[in-house]
Structure formats: C-alpha cells, structure tokens
Design a protein around this ligand. Structure first.
Ligand SMILES: [Fe+2]
Length: 446
C-alpha cells in the first residue's frame, strides 16, 4: 500500500452509476439466516476495534471485547506491543475474564489454570497427572492477529485477512494529519437499541435525513447537497465532507442568535462586519480558516499543527465498512459503532465514544454529541438501554439521540409488506453501496 495506490482515488458517492442495484430488502434486518450469513461471511473475517490504546498503557493491562458469542482479550506486553488471544481456556474452554482490567496472569476461574501475558500456560493444577506431559510452558492460548491504528486496538479472527492498514485504505492516508492517538475519550456509552445493526451504518451513510431529524444542524454545518463532497472507496468505506458554515438555504428567523456568530467571535472575527447573511456564511468561513491558521499556536490548538485548510473547519463524516463511523471534526473525534445482538437480529448495541483533542490551557471541552465535559479520560463505559430515550436522558436533544429515536420505526418498517426496496436519491448512493459490499462479503467475492 502506498499513497499512489489506485484505491486512494474516490468513487463518486453521489453517482448511482457506481452501483449494481442490489435491492435492500427488509429480511436483511430481521432474518436469523441472514444474521448467520453475516457471522460466517463478515464478522469472523473483518478487523474489529477492541478499544483505545490509552486504556492499556502498562504491561498486563488488557481489553476484553465481547462480540456476539465470541470474546477476545488484547493484552499489553512487556515490550509495549499488544497481542490478542481468545478469551477461552485451553483446558475445557471456560471464558476466563468478563471485563477489561490489569493482571500479571489470567487465571481461569474453573480449575485455576494460569496464563501469562504472552499467552503461555504458567500453572496447571496437578501438572504431573497429564499423560501428555505437564502442559506448563507448552500450551498457549489461541492467538489472533492484532494491530493498532488511530489510537484504536484492532484484531481479526481471520488468519488470512489482509493487513489492517490495507483493510482501512485509504483512511490512514486521508487522516494522517490528525493526531488521533492524543484524542481523549470524554464520554463513553454502549446503548442497547431495538434495531438491526445496519440501521446505524445506513444512517451514517447519508445526510439526507438531517434537515428533518436534526434541524439544529444546518445553521453551523452546511447541509446543502451541492456543497457537500460524497466519496466512497472499493472496500466499502465512504464519507461526506461538509463545510462547517451556515447552509444558505436554511435561514434562522430574524432576531434568533446565530450559532456561527459565536464561532466567529471565538476566533476574533466580528460577525457584524459582514454586509449580509450570505457574506457571513461564505466569507466568514474563509476568514475563520485564516484566523485559525494565524492563532492556533498561541491559543494552544496543537492538534491543528498538520491539519489542512479543509480539516480545520470542515466535517468529514466517515464510515469505515462495515460498522464503524468516525467524525473527524476540527476539535472532536467521534467514534460510533453498531454491533449485532448475539441472538436477536432485531437488536444491536450502539457504541458512542466522544473524544476531544486537548487544547493547551483548557480543562473542559465542548463535546459535540455530549455537551461540555471535563477534558480527561472517562474510566468506565456507561451501559444503557435506549428504552425510547428514557435510558439516556442526559443526551436528549443531541444529534445522536435524534438518530437513535429513529431506530425502532425503521426496524418496524422493514417488516411491512409495503416495503420492498429503498427508493434513493443520488446523494444516498452510499447506502446501497454499503449493502452491495456487504453482499460481496457474504457471497464470497471478497
Ligand atoms: Fe442523523
């Protein structure tokens, strides 16, 4: 893989000519047979995110990622590397640990076998009683491939999977200017939703729903379809890049304070210096780039150091096939992910990790999905049931909450005899593309 590789060039994510036209049928969202095909053809073969590297700084620190009925341990080694092992004792198969923690050795709670950080068996009760010979020093936990990118720990269950950086192509090059390792997770949720996991990827593959579902967004992220860039890549990844400036076609009523004015003022730009609303939106956005360029260093925005003019003011909302979405905002890195429920294809778990880039001299941050937060790593994940919104009242009104509110209605609609296939505008090309790449995996074309 290199910067000149052909796959770096984006396909037009707004051109249905790039599609075969595979139907997006309702059974994909509720059929147990389809969910089984996804396990066999997709989940057991892709790269998964186990957690953040910052969670396991010291040797013996480990992440536990339980995905459907599988469970994997990613453990920091003495030499600083990270190795991944199945969370299953080689003795009788017992699952050994339930949660991320830190241990010198992992001890099976059933018969007391003790496994070192390197996966090698250190102790077995009555080692002399094995006709095969004492298993200590001989047996190892079954290992998986493990790698890191973007401050995330990744693993794959497929020994033949392509290398992580190839799998992610072209994300590592596109986002090389972001110091992703330094982003601090300030809000961390895992939310049970009554919808198939694909609802989440579908939703993040288009911005067509924004004006209806998120009316607070157009005043500060331009939602006009013709000013956005829609891109997708052969491996199924895609993004919509929108300028973070007011949409010209969505005017707030006279007298309502405009959120973009506060953003301009924050960077010493006087919003009243513009002759018109259009001027404030368009020239103000250019002036904002220039002001950030001029002032980032003295203001402590050290994460702008290598970012380009698009990256310091715009919103590339990026789906990494099949189930990870990252919003690379100028000051926030937001990680969204859906994972299937182990039994019920009509349920999923939705992960929301709000991360912020540290700004020197600031002790709090504005987390775009979770409000103002202290700028420090949260220690534990909040496990919630969305429950019509009642399970997570502190996020009410946030963009991501508005998305979650749509999940059950979409799931219900997938069962209707009135639904046969989606009827898509060009700007939703990536929704069908996602399903086509998924079909490629399930039908052995990947
Ligand atoms: Fe949305």
């Amino acid at each position: 893989m290199n910067e000149n590789s052909a796959s770096f060039a984006a396909l037009d994510g707004r051109d249905p000519a790039n599609l075969r036209g595979d139907p997006i049928t309702g059974d994909r969202y509720y059929s147990k047979e389809f969910a089984q095909k996804e396990w066999d053809g997709l989940w057991s073969r892709i790269w998964h995110v186990a957690g953040r590297t910052a969670e396991i700084p010291e040797p013996g620190d480990f992440l536990v990622h339980t995905f459907m009925k599988e469970s994997v341990i990613c453990i920091r080694q003495d030499d600083g590397s990270i190795r991944a092992f199945y969370n299953s004792c080689r003795h009788r198969g017992m699952r050994m640990v339930a949660e991320s923690s830190s241990l010198e050795a992992i001890t099976c709670p059933y018969h007391g076998w003790k496994w070192g950080k390197d996966g090698v068996l250190q102790f077995a009760q009555d080692g002399h009683d094995f006709p095969q010979g004492d298993p200590c020093g001989k047996l190892s936990l079954k290992e998986l491939r493990c790698d890191t990118w973007g401050g995330f720990v990744w693993y794959t269950m497929d020994p033949k999977a392509e290398p992580l950086l190839d799998y992610l192509d072209p994300m590592p090059q596109l986002y090389k200017n972001y110091p992703m390792d330094t982003a601090v997770r300030v809000a961390w949720y895992r939310i049970a939703l009554n919808a198939n996991w694909k609802f989440v990827t579908d939703n993040f593959s288009e911005s067509y729903h924004t004006r209806t579902a998120h009316p607070q967004v157009p005043p500060w992220i331009d939602q006009d379809v013709d000013t956005a860039r829609h891109e997708m890549w052969p491996r199924g990844h895609g993004r919509t890049v929108q300028p973070m400036r007011p949409s010209l076609s969505d005017r707030l009523p006279e007298g309502v304070p405009h959120p973009f004015e506060a953003i301009l003022q924050q960077w010493d730009i006087d919003p009243s210096s513009y002759a018109s609303y259009e001027d404030m939106a368009m020239q103000g956005w250019l002036d904002l780039k220039a002001a950030k360029r001029r002032l980032w260093q003295e203001r402590g925005y050290v994460h702008y150091k290598d970012m380009d003019d698009e990256q310091i003011t715009d919103s590339p909302h990026t789906v990494i096939f099949p189930n990870v979405t990252i919003s690379f905002l100028p000051d926030n890195l937001i990680f969204f992910r859906s994972e299937p429920h182990p039994e019920d294809p009509e349920k999923c778990f939705f992960d929301l990790w709000c991360m912020a880039f540290p700004v020197e001299g600031q002790e709090t941050c504005q987390s775009i999905m979770a409000g103002e937060k202290p700028l420090r790593e949260v220690e534990t994940c909040e496990h919630r049931d969305f429950d019509g919104g009642r399970g997570i009242p502190e996020l009410a009104g946030q963009i991501v909450y508005q998305d979650m509110e749509l999940a059950e209605g979409m799931q219900a609609g997938m069962h209707s005899k009135g639904y046969e296939d989606a009827y898509l505008p060009a700007q939703e090309t990536r929704v069908r593309f996602f399903h086509e790449v998924l079909n490629d995996w399930l039908e052995g074309r990947r």
